[in-house]
Write a protein of this length. Structure first.
Length: 136
């Protein structure tokens, strides 16, 4: 896998909703295989679909369409090994366990994490973060 970017859950939701347009435009600049999501992000997205009530069928279709364009990176041993030091360095953050897993996954793959919640990923040694919403 030669990915360059891993999308956080919020960026996937923006792509599924086609809003804001700058996220779709930035994604369109990437080549097939440049962008992945973590299996952890897929789990979050599937949970969101399952909780979406009357919109479930539409949201599931949007997720399937997204997955046509983006590969899901399995959470493997390298990501699990990166998680230990990442979690230990951020023990005081109790409520963002999934963010820690996603950050560890991005670190293990050596890819840039794309998110609109940059503050959630500050302080992870070596993690590169971009925000396609505001162009950073």
């Amino acid at each position: 896998m030669n990915a360059r970017y891993m999308l956080d859950t919020n960026i996937c939701i923006y792509l599924m909703k086609h809003q804001p347009p700058q996220v779709r435009a930035r994604f369109a600049e990437c080549f097939v295989g440049d962008v992945v999501i973590s299996a952890i992000t897929l789990a979050e997205l599937e949970f969101g679909v399952a909780c979406s009530g009357p919109s479930m069928a539409r949201n599931q279709a949007a997720l399937e369409s997204l997955l046509d364009d983006i590969m899901v990176a399995p959470f493997e041993a390298g990501a699990a090994r990166a998680y230990g030091p990442s979690r230990a360095a951020h023990r005081e953050r109790q409520r963002d366990a999934l963010d820690k897993l996603i950050a560890s996954h991005a670190l293990s793959m050596g890819v840039t994490l794309v998110t609109n919640h940059e503050a959630d990923f500050r302080g992870y040694d070596g993690l590169i973060v971009e925000n396609w919403v505001n162009g950073h």
